[in-house]
Design a protein around this ligand. Sequence first.
Ligand code: NDP
Length: 234
Amino acid sequence: MGRSVLVTGGNRGIGLAIAKDLAAQGHKVAITHRGSGAPDGLFGVQADVTDAEQIDAAFKLVEEHQGPVEVLVANAGMTDDTLLMRMSEDQFTRVVDANLTGAYRVAKRASRGMLRGKWGRYIFISSVVGLTGSAGQVNYAASKAGLVGLARSLARELGSRNITSNVIAPGFVATDMTDELGEDRKKEILAQVPSGRYAEPSEIAAAVRYLASEEAGYVNGAVLPVDGGLGMGH
Ligand code: NDP
């Protein structure tokens, strides 16, 4: 059965791969963007996840277009890397605001519709570094670790209402975000990945597809690594 899906940051990178994959499964898929417009075949709404009013307006458009959001993929995210000694408070709070508080904002806005519809799937895109830590990413890793606590608390609050809440922790994926890393850093990272390569965005999308499915109804509060073995044991 086709569900009403919203993918934040679905205009490019991992979010776009997730949106295309879910659309190919027959779901009605909307994405948020911040002005780029929607890629072909997807319903686009403009919203910055740091702004609750924009989120509310975007949800209203999605609800009119395809009904209340039943599958929410909180994917929008950013980095602003530097060592703690050099990291300004603004650099810390901006990343947490987008990655963690942004996920809280969209999750809260989606909850009404899921409760009314007595069915829901929350899927939060975290990161392996939320579990292992990462030098130069105190802000980013803290925001991604926070998503685990958020998702697991939501699982406890809404689990009995047929709503699941899970986290995907990707390793390194070939997108604009990782393209910014220097060649030396990329080599260093690859040396630590048992699979010896970056993930393709479609490999993260495949995990989302499963968690969004009817069959995954008893998977709740889980953190699913898709990291080529990088975070093994976490
Ligand atoms: P990209 O940089 O390619 O894309 C980031 C997406 O997030 C864009 O759609 C961007 O919108 C959106 N976004 C950023 N900030 C905001 C905001 N304030 N409000 C709304 N949208 C926003 O990144 P990836 O595709 O690589 O990453 C997607 C997710 O996966 C992120 O949460 C990231 O942390 C996570 N991840 C990525 C990994 C990787 O190796 N690439 C590894 C682990 C996790 P816009 O186009 O308008 O800028």
